[in-house]
Design a protein around this ligand. Structure first.
Ligand code: C5P
Ligand code: ZN
Length: 460
């Protein structure tokens, strides 16, 4: 990998000008920012574009771009055989296109692509390193002083839930965590792993806890207030709600101990583990905690405003106001999406899969997040994957999510989405635990039948 990274670094140094294409999710925006800053520091004329996915138009834009080099981040691996031009670097972690072979020259000649993806080196792109991570490793190969961008790769990894299986980051991600912490940008905390330590009022932090749920506190507003009361922990400081990180270490330890008792020994390793803080970020912004930082980026990218996310990653704090507006919108949309599914009893269970069709009620860029939240809500089966549909401009968007334990038993949602979508005239791909597709709207039933067959044949 280091040899390939060094070769790509030379390609970047030699480029006349660079077109950077990146994904709109948290990992993609972090990756795009790392590439943007790297190109800027090299003094290259460059342009950054964010894309929801590799559509036909994106392929066309890449193949016909004027720039001497196209750098595709957190996207591209699944569609390598579509690219026909020379001068492409891909730093991605999605499952690679099986039709593409490195240095393939016999029938086709896709020799112009430098493909930097953990799968090529025998690693698993769903937890060992993410798109921003691969982009950062290339940036570091360009110039070791780009180590100050390592923390952005940590945001990307956490944004793609790469920390969820081991309650912390491992493998190549670990190397990146160590880079960021050696540079003074990151601190590893051993803490509860719930969302919102930095910005959620403590009562809501407890109430909205999920994955795992805290019996008696999750979804129980009065239970949370009673809990704080019984622990002798003040909820407010002068009229203002305290957040988890405002608690004294003694208060936090006591509360953690009690919460882990409630969660029970089986779930303890999911509830408690490593969390990543960025001590140089201003307090209360949501940028001091990696999970919250990722959510700030997601709430920009998934609402057609990835540029605001990019500005934040570039340290432009004046973008925070726009980000806050996006985040409020994201919060509203997610919460109405969750109630829409629940109130209308949309979730349907089959033998090997469960699914819902959100129609036009949930944005296609957010339906995957919602599917993941439904799966970890404790209100549906965890032992089968969830498939969600939402209307999109070019057909029906599909998002699929599964529990990691199913992947351990053989499930690969990326191949399920790719195969099933292609059989009904669509396209798809992604990761073993989270994948997606776009299919013709009138093929949903047929698609579900195929998905169910594939899932049942994969899982032991
Ligand atoms: O959109 P969603 O969050 O469900 O996507 C899950 C994963 O599947 C993402 O990593 C995305 O890039 C990938 N995907 C893909 N091809 C598609 C749709 C999604 O590779 N057509
Ligand atoms: Zn990613």
């Amino acid at each position: 990998m280091q040899r390939d990274l060094d070769a790509a670094a030379s390609q970047l140094r030699d480029a006349q000008d660079i077109l950077i294409i990146s994904h709109i999710d948290a990992d993609g925006i972090s990756a795009g920012a790392v590439a943007d800053i790297t190109a800027e520091r090299l003094g290259k004329t460059h342009e950054v574009r964010f894309e929801k996915k590799i559509s036909e138009e994106t392929v066309e834009a890449i193949n016909s771009s004027e720039q001497s080099l196209v750098w595709i981040c957190d996207l591209g691996s699944g569609y390598l055989s579509e690219f026909t031009r020379d001068g492409i670097i891909v730093t991605d972690h999605h499952v690679p296109d099986p039709r593409w072979r490195r240095k393939q020259t016999v029938l086709d000649s896709f020799t112009g692509i430098t493909h930097l993806n953990p799968h090529v080196y025998g690693m698993d792109g769903s937890y060992e390193v993410c798109g921003a991570g691969m982009t950062y490793l290339l940036s570091k190969a360009v110039d070791p002083s780009n180590v100050d961008l390592a923390y952005l790769a940590v945001v990307g990894a956490v944004g793609d839930f790469q920390d969820s299986g081991h309650s912390g980051l491992v493998s190549l991600n670990r190397v990146i965590v160590d880079d960021a912490s050696a540079n003074g940008d990151l601190v590893v905390d051993h803490d509860l792993r719930f969302f919102g330590r930095e910005t959620r009022p403590i009562n809501q932090y407890l109430q909205f806890s999920s994955d795992p749920q805290i019996p008696g506190l999750s979804d129980n507003a009065s239970g949370c207030l009673q809990f704080l009361d019984s622990m002798g922990i003040r909820g407010k400081d002068g009229g203002r709600w305290r957040v988890w990180n405002d608690l004294s270490s003694e208060e936090r330890e006591r509360a953690t101990e009690r919460i882990l008792e409630l969660v029970g020994p089986e779930q303890e390793s999911r509830a408690f583990g490593e969390m990543y803080s960025f001590p140089n970020m201003p307090r209360g912004t949501g940028l001091r905690d990696a999970k919250e930082f990722a959510t700030v980026l997601n709430s920009c990218g998934r609402y057609e405003d990835a540029e605001t996310g990019l500005r934040i990653c570039r340290g432009d704090m004046s973008a925070l106001k726009d980000a806050e507006r996006n985040r409020a919108e994201h919060r509203r949309h997610i919460s109405s999406a969750m109630s829409y599914i629940k109130d209308n009893h949309l979730l349907r269970e089959r033998r090997f899969i469960q699914w819902f069709d959100a129609g036009s009620e949930i944005k296609e860029t957010v339906v995957g997040i919602v599917a993941g939240m439904v799966l970890s809500s404790g209100e549906c089966a965890r032992n089968i994957p969830i498939i969600a549909f939402a209307d999109s401009d070019d057909g029906t968007k599909v998002s699929a999510r599964a529990d990691r334990r199913l992947v351990d038993r053989g499930l690969d949602l990326s191949s399920v989405m790719k195969t099933a979508a292609e059989l009904v005239g669509g396209y798809g791909g992604g990761h073993t635990v989270a994948a997606g597709a776009t299919i013709p709207p009138d093929k949903k039933e047929q698609f579900l039948d195929i998905v169910e067959d594939l899932v049942s044949s994969q899982v032991e």
